[in-house]
Write a protein that binds this ligand. Structure first.
Ligand code: ATP
Ligand code: MG
Length: 323
């Protein structure tokens, strides 16, 4: 896709561990057009965060090793970029929001200083100008008495407020891409809804593209246009959100959809996908999902299927659909 803002080609991330080499991310391709949102979903440990870390250039090395053809962002292959270029892009052209703002915020620095910092570092604003702009942004992310909050420390704010601060920090330099890794998972349902609405309105205003990482399909349905399902380090299905919800093809995607709580549905009727994700260090001969798949055939245990296009815009990694 030549007009993509972010195009990931053949990305792999391996970790050296005591138990051998862990393939956390395995030849992943992903694409996000300017202003669009891609939802990346999958169970715990399937490689979502590591994918995001690779895009941001934050995979610890060692033990991690990032390889691939390209992480093309805004025309530049980040895999070839030096660390200075990557640092410049991070926080300016690419913003990030994580699940637990307390780990991303510095507990000993005031909110004002932290929200103002990207403006001083990346855009060269003076301290005074940066603080004034930080106050306007706190107001913009609907933090009450924003000016006064500049002097507050992270622990003085609620979880929802801290996440608003993170959003302000991530968006203040008007990045072209926002990477949100489980941004609402730690929040109660009402706060979650407010944070998603805030992100949606800022995103629309600034035309920011977004990589929305979540294990919550409800969040994807609300925010994303396209989605990719990840399993054991690989993309197993991708399509636009409407098609994927209406006609999921991979047994894993079907399972995820069935395990999604619906209004009026009793909790005990929630379907759970049997079994667990294989360890990243396990060497798998066939399809990584075969051991948990209700439709597995003999072939699935011996040969790994490729990610094939089944119809325009819809790809699946499953022998059932291979031609
Ligand atoms: N620094 C590291 N060293 C070794 N293994 C790692 C390291 N970081 C991540 N991994 C492994 O990579 C795999 C993918 O982890 P990742 O954090 O990307 O999962 P995830 O999909 O984000 O899960 P969750 O939904 O729980 O956040 C896991 O098996 C994890 O143990
Ligand atoms: Mg994660």
């Amino acid at each position: 896709m030549p007009d993509a803002l972010l195009a990931i080609r053949g990305l792999s991330v391996h970790f050296k561990t005591n138990g051998g080499v862990g393939r956390a991310v395995d030849t992943v391709d992903l694409c996000i057009a300017p202003g669009e949102t891609l939802g990346l979903v999958g169970e715990s440990g399937c490689g979502k965060t590591v994918t995001a870390m690779a895009v941001m250039g934050l995979v610890p090395s060692p033990p991690g090793r990032v390889t691939g053809e390209a992480i093309r962002f805004n025309g530049l292959n980040l895999l070839d970029a030096d660390s200075e270029t990557r640092r410049r892009i991070r926080g300016r052209d690419m913003g990030m929001i994580f699940q637990e703002p307390m780990t991303a915020l510095n507990p000993v620095l005031t909110i004002g200083r932290q929200v103002a910092e990207p403006l001083m570092v990346h855009l060269g604003l003076s301290r005074g100008d940066a603080l004034a702009k930080a106050a306007r942004w706190l107001d913009r992310v609907r933090i009450p008495s924003a000016k006064r909050r500049l002097a507050a420390y992270p622990h003085e704010l609620s979880g929802g407020m801290r996440q608003r601060v993170m959003i302000a920090m991530a968006m203040i330099c008007r990045p072209r891409l926002l990477i949100a890794d489980e941004p609402t998972t730690a929040l109660d349902v009402t706060t979650q809804r407010q944070i998603l609405a805030l992100m949606a309105s800022l995103k629309a205003e600034l035309n920011t593209a977004m990589l929305m990482i979540t294990h919550d399909l409800g969040v994807v349905a609300q925010t994303a246009g396209e989605m990719a399902v990840m399993y054991a380090g690989r993309i197993v299905e991708s399509a636009d959100v409407a098609s994927l919800f209406a006609t999921p093809l991979h047994t894993y995607t079907k399972g995820l959809l069935q395990s999604m709580p619906r209004l009026g549905m009793h909790q005990e009727r929630l379907h759970e996908i049997p079994g667990t994700v294989p360890a990243t260090t396990e060497s798998i001969e066939g399809c990584a999902f075969a051991g948990r798949c209700s439709s597995a055939m003999d072939r699935c245990r011996h040969a790994a299927p490729g990610l094939e296009r089944v119809r325009p815009g819809h790809k699946v990694r499953c022998w059932q659909y291979a031609r």
